[in-house]
Design a protein around this ligand. Structure first.
Ligand SMILES: NC(=O)C1=CN([C@@H]2O[C@H](COP(=O)(O)OP(=O)(O)OC[C@H]3O[C@@H](n4cnc5c(N)ncnc54)[C@H](OP(=O)(O)O)[C@@H]3O)[C@@H](O)[C@H]2O)C=CC1
Ligand SMILES: O=C(O)C1=N[C@H](C(=O)O)C[C@H](O)C1
Length: 255
């Protein structure tokens, strides 16, 4: 069996640490390096044998990964993903915060280089299904708002999941222009108000509410543990090897 050579960016983070564990234990994968801008002073190895790199070019030259699992921050995700594609490494991007414009540029770059890239703002199957159900429901109940609720350590808002959900809903409703959400009531994403809650005790939760005359439809997904993301991540790392362009969302992979 040929193993997929994987590198993880952001290995000290909540998600990155779990991704490292998953890639080390997965029999199909070989974790060949991690990208960490603040290398530990005491060691240049993670788990005793995985090299820690502080820059992408050295990682590319020395570790030769097939895939980069990107789990850093909204500031680093675009340059890391761009540099990976330009160096022939297939990115699997879990990090939130890419703008529509950046996604467009990455898509072009990916096609130009014939390098697969998967953007997966949420790796959990339940959240992906919620997005698909929301896109289905909005055609019949167009008055909708999104509430995303996360742990208080989350820096960015709205969440990547809520942003993709709103974009999928707008596309399904044929209203990609946006700009309809009233000022002061959440963030307008593609015309859909998104409300962001950050509280201790929460992990990751999302509700999409659809209002109609005398009725309310609520679609909700809860991740109680980050383990909920790992099977989707494994799927994306395998799947990106077979792609030659950018895929925006795991929903396009699960069909
Ligand atoms: N797709 C999905 O299913 C999920 C996605 N996420 C997303 O993943 C991202 C990370 O989340 P989480 O792990 O909770 O965040 P954390 O803040 O816990 O971890 C992010 C890590 O990335 C590091 N980092 C930042 N910039 C760089 C860089 N340029 N190179 C290397 N490392 C860097 C940070 O370290 P430092 O700043 O100290 O250098 C930190 O250790 C977020 O955008 C979040 O929304 C989270 C959960 C699920
Ligand atoms: O930061 C998190 O925790 C999460 N981030 C992703 C997002 O921004 O949607 C995915 C999930 O919601 C957890």
């Amino acid at each position: 069996m040929t193993m997929i050579r994987v590198a993880v960016a952001g290995p000290r983070g909540r998600m990155g640490a779990l991704a490292v564990e998953t890639m080390i234990t997965g029999r199909e994968f070989l974790l060949v390096g991690v990208l960490d801008r603040k290398m530990a002073e005491s060691s240049n190895m993670l788990a005793g044998s995985v090299p820690i790199y502080t820059d992408m070019l050295t990682l590319v030259d020395e570790a030769k990964p097939d895939v980069l699992v990107e789990l850093t921050s909204h500031e680093s995700v675009y340059p890391n993903t761009r540099d990976a594609i330009m160096n022939g490494i297939r990115p699997v991007v879990g990090t939130s915060g890419l703008t529509v414009d950046q996604i467009g540029k990455l898509s072009e770059l990916s096609r130009e280089h014939g390098i697969g890239c998967i953007l997966a703002p949420n790796f959990s199957i339940g959240a992906v299904l919620l997005m698909k159900f929301a896109a289905m429901a909005v055609k019949y109940m167009p008055d909708a708002e999104i509430i995303e609720l996360h742990h208080d350590g989350k820096k960015e808002y709205p969440s990547g999941t809520a942003s993709l959900t709103a974009r999928m809903m707008a596309e399904a409703a044929g209203s990609q222009e946006g700009g309809d959400a009233p000022d002061g009531r959440g963030t307008d994403v593609a015309g859909i108000p998104v409300h962001s809650v950050r509280l201790p005790g929460l992990v990751s939760h999302q509700e999409v509410l659809f209002g109609g005359e005398g009725q309310l439809l609520s679609l909700r997904h809860d991740s109680f543990s980050r383990q909920s993301y790992m099977s989707g991540m494994v799927l994306a790392v395998k799947e990106v090897m077979n792609r030659d362009c950018l895929i925006d969302g795991l929903d396009k992979i699960i069909g």
